[in-house]
Ligand binder design. Structure first.
Ligand code: ATP
Ligand code: MG
Length: 392
């Protein structure tokens, strides 16, 4: 193993009591993500060290950039905490680099080292100037040579790659994501993962009104966000009968409100069964009639389970930006029908009344239909992007 990387934890390091558990979860997630690569990993409470080969370095860094809980990834050189060894290594490092101006940043956490950080930066700066034709520029240097003097060794690096931050996925337990083929819900899922909430997904399908392509699209979206988790499953709920009953019994303007109340009821039942603590969805305030605050209150009324709406306060352009960043946009905009876009009334109610919802729901036996939905769920595990790519 000829390459060494260390990982900074970021926000995680502000957690006092939970820190051990967080670090363990991060370690588990990193191991899952690096499966198949050649590496050795070790950790302390403040960082992780990964040794790898030259060949696997690039792929390893690429995968680490999809692991929540990592603030930054640093490819470094390590020597013993010994003045001469550090000097020699720095000369070797700078000789390989192209630059005109530089600065030295020393951090001395090991107080047994005989020089202060500032003294050592000046000392090493002098050595660099003697060996290479260049200048010091402390304000806007071409490169910064970082030297971290610690008891376990001294680490030298010039480059730090940003990680995606957040908390390790799973530290908060699981949430049930209502995942449609749209733009919003995959982004909502990504944001929940970022706060450490692992996901199971729930998709309502209405064949033959919705097609197999829509289902495959949803599975593909799930497999894209699964890059940030590794544990995601998709539960496909057969929604046709219940949706047709709503259509038959409920006045036009209330169809969507009632349909969404049914979705919430099913999401709650399945969440409890699958030990998910919360429901998560892609609702955004005011986006459509069913997402006015009044609609949200009336729809939310069927459950006591917290409903997390990570994109509630973002506008559509901000959500699109995120979907481009995480790689779901291209799939989300494929033009296949969703069960929310079929049977859409021309004038859905904007300010629904709870009494009316209850009245309309009592016109048919929805409990039995909900049982049927729950009993006939198809669960898809082992999401692999490539398996679904060809289906679209
Ligand atoms: P768009 O990006 O086009 O708005 P959307 O998925 O957000 O698509 P909405 O009609 O705004 O569609 O639905 C609001 C939320 O309800 C979705 O973000 C999703 O969480 C949930 N939802 C809608 N349809 C389904 C479905 N068929 N299966 C599961 N969840 C759904
Ligand atoms: Mg939406």
């Amino acid at each position: 193993m000829d390459k060494l990387i260390f990982i900074k934890y970021g926000e995680l390091s502000t957690k006092k009591d939970n820190r051990k558990m967080f670090v363990k979860m991060l370690l588990k997630n990193i191991k899952n993500k690096l499966d198949g690569l050649n590496y050795k990993i070790d950790y302390t409470t403040s960082r992780m060290y990964i040794e790898t080969t030259n060949d696997d370095l690039e792929e390893l860094v690429k995968r680490l950039k999809q692991v929540f809980g990592i603030h930054s990834i640093v490819i470094c050189e390590r020597v013993n905490t010994n003045k001469e060894e550090i000097e020699n290594k720095i000369i070797e490092v700078v000789k390989k680099l192209k630059f005109e101006t530089f600065k030295i940043e020393t951090k001395r956490s090991y107080k047994g080292f005989p020089m202060t950080s500032l003294e050592f930066s000046k000392h090493i700066g002098g050595i660099v100037l003697k060996n290479i034709p260049c200048k010091v520029d402390v304000h806007n240097p071409d490169i910064t040579i970082n030297i971290e003097i610690r008891s376990e060794g001294t680490f030298i690096y010039t480059n730090e790659v940003n990680g995606i931050g957040g908390y390790p996925v799973g530290v908060q337990g699981k949430g049930m994501l209502m995942l449609s083929g749209g733009i919003d819900s995959p982004v909502a899922g990504y944001l929940a993962l970022k706060r450490g909430v692992d996901l199971e997904c729930l998709y309502f399908e209405s064949p033959p009104h919705t097609s197999i392509e829509t289902k495959n699209k949803v599975i593909k979206l799930a497999s894209i966000i699964n890059n940030y988790s590794g544990n995601i499953k998709v539960h496909v709920v057969p929604f046709t009968k219940l949706q047709e009953e709503i259509y038959k019994n409920v006045p036009d303007t209330y169809i969507i409100t009632i349909m969404r109340r049914m979705m919430y009821r099913i999401a709650e039942r399945l969440s409890k069964k699958r030990k998910c603590k919360v429901i998560i969805n892609g609702e955004s305030i005011g986006q459509v009639a069913s997402q006015t605050l009044t609609s949200m209150v009336v729809i939310n009324n069927v459950t006591n389970m917290p409903v997390i709406r990570p994109v509630a306060c973002l506008d559509k352009l901000e959500i699109i930006d995120l979907s481009l960043k995480i790689g779901t946009y291209e799939t989300s905009i494929l033009p296949f029908e969703d069960c929310c876009t079929i049977f859409v009334p021309r004038h859905p109610v904007i300010n629904p009344e709870l009494d009316k919802c209850i009245l309309y729901e009592n016109l048919f036996d929805y409990e039995t239909l909900i049982d049927e939905c729950i009993n006939n769920i198809e669960t898809i595990k082992n999401l692999e992007i490539n398996n679904y790519e060809t289906l679209l």
